[in-house]
Design a protein around this ligand. Structure first.
Ligand SMILES: Cc1cc2nc3c(=O)[nH]c(=O)nc-3n(C[C@H](O)[C@H](O)[C@H](O)COP(=O)(O)OP(=O)(O)OC[C@H]3O[C@@H](n4cnc5c(N)ncnc54)[C@H](O)[C@@H]3O)c2cc1C
Length: 442
């Protein structure tokens, strides 16, 4: 018979991706006893033993928003030795446009790219150094509820076969796209709204030190036929890059694309330009986006990161939102412990306050982009028209959600006004039965 054990902490964090590790860090900073659990057999490492992280299917790109979130958690040093990315180069429809990150002062003017096996291990080590505890190789599979909105305990199995029960006062579900525990407590991913399908690979290239990330809006197969989707190359330094492609979809307009095949075609398309080798470690995954989930919290639990669909629909970025949300939710825990409703109503409201305007608009624009033929119709205008450069500077800023509440320039004001209209339209179109981040405001 297998043995069993019980683990306890103030805050149980399920998942050691950016969301979980950042939550562990912020809990430790707030003096809360936090236990991060991950099913992967991550080795933290020591002076004698190098650590061993787990892989995550990702583009590995960090925009200035992510850099800022890392700096705020005193983890800016994790960027040392990694590329200093100055902005975005967009290609397609007979044009190429360079858009540097905006120098508005609200965000740093650098981005970067770090393979997730390295970044996630470094973030977890950072959390553990701050005082969080970590248990790897433990897959949590069952939630037992106290009340319909409150978790009593979680249980699971270690890689060794040992059964484990995990108890805490609060549970932060940072499980990523898998969402096994979150689904048991009623979190549904709303696929009828916009989501992403994407694949990534690693390639060798002499241009690994290029200071720009590249995105190709026009992908073609070997017969030259245009394919739905977009491609990216994120230089990783040391003669390597992350090369990937993706497409947006809704359940009404599913992405009719084999992303792994598209990735091979994309690599062939840009091989001359990048002198890249064969794509290696090709993996594909889905991306929940734009707060499109049925709920994000109960009394003593909350979802963060991909589990809360915290991915920007316009660029597929989720690392920064995972880091930011972790901080926001931890700030709520002391009050939640004293309030009978706990996190149940406050967490969706905080998410809507921070991301509602941008995600509502981004989601609407992304849905428009899933319309067949639209990109090929407007693409040439955007990439080659008389005001292409100015338009693309603004587009790169808006795609990266690099607008802060303090920004008062024309682009920022126009973006906020459009976002306000989009939220209004959400309400008028009765999307309030399915509001951003789930359950209605109380
Ligand atoms: C192809 C692709 C490209 C992308 N490119 C980018 C990009 O360039 N930049 C960017 O910012 N974002 C990108 N994203 C999005 C980004 O990868 C995610 O938003 C980000 O990883 C979310 O972090 P997380 O901590 O929420 O989840 P994850 O990083 O997925 O971490 C979840 C963790 O939970 C663990 N776990 C899950 N279930 C359990 C369980 N039951 N018990 C124990 N442990 C569990 C998993 O092992 C995992 O370690 C991309 C996504 C895809 C698919």
């Amino acid at each position: 018979m297998n043995s069993s054990s019980v683990l306890c902490a103030d805050v149980i964090i399920v998942g050691a991706g950016p969301a979980g590790s950042a939550a562990g860090f912020w809990c430790a900073r707030a003096g809360l006893d936090a236990l991060i659990v991950d099913m992967a057999d991550v080795v933290l490492g020591s002076a004698e033993l190098p650590g061993q992280g787990r892989d995550k299917t990702c583009g590995d790109g960090l925009t200035p928003r992510a850099v800022k979130a890392l700096q705020e958690m005193d983890a800016g040093h994790l960027l040392d030795g990694h590329p200093e990315i100055r902005g975005l180069k967009l290609h397609g429809f007979g044009g190429s446009i360079t858009a540097a990150w905006p120098a508005t002062g609200a965000f740093p003017t650098r981005g970067s790219a770090i393979p997730r096996s390295e970044l996630d291990l470094a973030l977890l080590q950072h959390a553990v150094r701050a005082g969080a505890r970590f248990v790897g190789g433990l897959k949590l599979s069952d939630a037992t509820l106290d009340t319909p909105h409150s978790i009593r305990e979680l249980s699971g199995t270690r890689s060794s076969g040992e059964s484990v029960v995990v108890r805490g006062r609060h549970f932060l579900l940072a499980e990523g796209v898998r969402n096994g525990i979150a689904r048991q407590v009623g979190v549904q991913w709303l696929r009828e709204l916009v989501h992403g399908v994407a694949a990534r690979s690693y390639v060798s290239t002499p241009r690994g030190d290029e200071p720009w990330i590249h995105s190709h809006l026009e992908l073609r197969d070997d017969q030259g036929v245009a394919q739905p989707g977009y491609g990216w190359v994120f230089p990783l330094g040391a003669d390597r890059a992350n090369l990937g492609c993706g497409a947006l979809a809704t359940s009404a307009r599913p992405a009719k694309v084999n992303t792994k095949k598209l990735l091979e075609q994309y690599a062939t398309q840009i091989r001359g330009e990048w002198q890249c080798g064969e794509p290696e470690l090709v993996k594909s995954a889905l991306l929940p986006m734009g707060g499109a989930v049925s709920r994000v919290s109960g009394v003593n639990w909350a979802t963060i990161g991909d589990s809360a669909a915290l991915v920007n629909p316009l660029n597929g970025e989720g690392i920064d939102y995972a880091l930011e949300a972790a901080r926001l939710v931890v700030q709520l825990l002391p009050d939640a412990a004293r309030n009978p409703d706990g996190l149940r109503y406050v967490w969706p409201n905080v998410l809507r306050e921070h991301y509602g305007t941008a995600f509502s608009l981004a989601r609407r624009l992304a849905i428009v982009l899933t319309m067949p033929g639209l990109l090929s119709a407007v693409g040439p205008l955007g990439m080659r028209g008389p005001v292409a450069n100015q338009m693309m500077d603004a587009a790169a800023r808006l795609m990266g959600n690099l607008v802060s509440p303090e920004d008062s320039d024309l682009t920022a004001r126009a973006w906020r006004a459009a976002g306000g209209l989009s939220r209004g339209a959400d309400r008028l179109l009765a999307a309030d039965s399915r509001p951003l981040f789930g359950q209605p405001t109380r």
